[in-house]
Design a binder for this molecule. Structure first.
Ligand SMILES: Cc1cc2nc3c(=O)[nH]c(=O)nc-3n(C[C@H](O)[C@H](O)[C@H](O)COP(=O)(O)OP(=O)(O)OC[C@H]3O[C@@H](n4cnc5c(N)ncnc54)[C@H](O)[C@@H]3O)c2cc1C
Length: 446
């Protein structure tokens, strides 16, 4: 067994782990940084997460819009080519060229500050666990394993399934359902909730449901898959029962953390939903940090990136400002057509958090916006939830063209404590979708 020392050992080379390694390399070139990855550099984020799914949706939207330069059965191969492109940009060699040691394999903690990888024992000053998460599955009576796929396996299929049954109507289930149906597949989604994505405001949800209906996606609400028999899925939903045929069944029922082996030996405590940490992302062992999906209930690349920046800041300058750091708002997107974008509280959440009469929801359809009219995108909708008296923004949601970009000013306003009238006092160029902010402000004053 070889013995060595490292300043920082990073476990997992997804956006969280790579963020730490690259940022540390830039800011503290004297440190020895070791990245340990058991599979692909880039993490699930590239191979089956944000990059793969957005690349699929981009190609599916083009295909659905009439662009047949790529046949539908070539699209998953094209997505894999895009994934390869991302992975080639920052591979093991490139990391090593930057002075970061990369080790492939499954590490095992053997003490508070010791880890073994392959036949090397490394004593570290700090370790960062950024090992991400994996898709959950559910036991279903009668289900043949050959028919079941997880989101991860979906991206390894040769062809898009003709009949896809998705269990779970969260972001992943809805996005992949949209992509498959745009590529000509029949999609059925089993939603355990009474409504689709309960955190959406009603107007935004209705707009999204319209588009899913237009694509022919069938959704069972308040539903569960009870069993599979003779190739048919038996679905119980809102007091009724239906049978549904499928080629593939995909579980999109959430994710669970990937824990490195023998965390106990490092005195790192875990819970079912992830590794608990303090504001500085330290685990129960203060030399070990945990970031990204393995430590958070919000599974987003931007959370992993933000956690990584925090950890680097702490390692470089231990006196940093963590205690006073405000909790970041977590914006979220659905790359459906139209896009759906959300930040902060929904109207329902706001009325639960504050007195109902003190909260107001402003609903602004796109149809009067000149840019939306010119580009024939008048069917979008913006909703802003504000405090009735001050106009403080509590949340914003959109379903429509450029929703993701239009969310940005609301994220900035909310993070900086600007009210809707303050946001609406900024001079904006004409004609832009951003001018919806003026309309919402006018409505606030009326
Ligand atoms: C279909 C889908 C779509 C998504 N779309 C979006 C989106 O649009 N926007 C967004 O912000 N987020 C999106 N996400 C979520 C996003 O992909 C994750 O939040 C992000 O990848 C988390 O980054 P991470 O670094 O924590 O983990 P990961 O990206 O999962 O990387 C973890 C890495 O650790 C490695 N690893 C695991 N265990 C070990 C071990 N014991 N030893 C060594 N290495 C290990 C894994 O192999 C992996 O490479 C999506 C996810 C899915 C599934």
């Amino acid at each position: 067994m070889n013995h060595s020392k490292a300043d920082v050992v990073v476990i997992g080379a997804g956006p969280g782990g790579l963020g730490v390694a690259l940022d540390l390399r830039r800011n503290a070139p004297q440190l020895r940084i070791v990245v340990i990855e058991k599979k692909d550099i880039g993490g699930d984020n590239v191979s089956s997460g944000a990059v793969a799914s957005k690349s699929l949706l981009h190609l599916a939207k083009k295909y659905h819009g009439g662009d047949r330069s790529l046949a539908s059965d070539k699209i998953l191969a094209a997505v894999r080519a895009k994934v390869d492109e991302f992975q080639a940009e920052l591979d093991e060699l490139e990391l090593q060229r930057l002075g970061i040691d990369v080790m492939k394999g499954d590490p095992v903690f053997v003490g508070r500050r010791k880890i073994i990888i392959n036949d090397e024992q490394i004593k570290f000053k700090y370790a960062v666990i950024a090992s991400g998460s994996k898709p959950k599955t559910l036991p279903v009576r009668g289900l043949d394993n050959d028919q079941v796929i997880t989101v991860k396996e979906f991206f390894n299929l040769k062809k898009v399934p003709k009949k896809l049954l998705i269990v779970g109507a969260g972001r992943t289930g809805v996005e992949l359902g949209v992509a498959v149906s745009m590529l000509g597949g029949h999609v059925t989604i089993i939603n355990e909730h009474e409504v689709l994505l309960p955190y959406l405001n009603k107007e935004v949800r209705l707009r999204l449901e319209d588009s899913l209906r237009g694509l022919g996606i069938k959704i069972y609400h308040d539903a569960r898959l009870s069993r599979v028999h003779d190739g048919l899925a038996h679905v119980e939903h809102a007091g009724s029962a239906s049978k549904c045929g499928f080629d593939k069944l995909m579980f999109a029922v959430g994710r669970e953390p990937n824990y490195p082996d023998e965390l106990k030996k490092a005195h790192v405590k875990v819970r079912n939903e992830g590794i608990p940490t303090n504001l500085k992302h330290q685990t129960s062992n203060r030399h070990v940090f945990a970031i990204g999906d393995v430590a958070s209930l919000s599974h987003f690349t931007h959370i992993a990136n933000s956690d990584a920046r925090d950890v680097v800041e702490f390692i470089i300058d231990r006196r940093s400002r963590f205690i006073h750091k405000p909790k970041p708002l977590v914006p979220a997107l659905l790359f459906t057509d139209p896009e759906v974008a959300t930040v902060g509280l929904s109207y329902k959440e706001a009325t639960q958090a504050y007195r109902k009469r003190s909260v107001r929801k402003i609903v602004m359809p796109y149809w009067n916006n000149h840019r939306a009219k010119i580009e024939e995108n008048g069917d979008g909708i913006l909703t802003v939830v504000v405090k009735r008296n001050s106009g403080r923004i509590l949340g914003a949601q959109l379903a429509g063209a450029h929703a993701a970009e239009l969310l940005t000013p609301f994220c900035i306003a909310m993070q900086k404590g600007l009210s809707l009238p303050e946001l609406g006092s900024v001079l904006l160029p004409y004609p832009t979708y951003s001018e919806l902010i003026y309309d919402a402000t006018d409505k606030f004053f009326n």
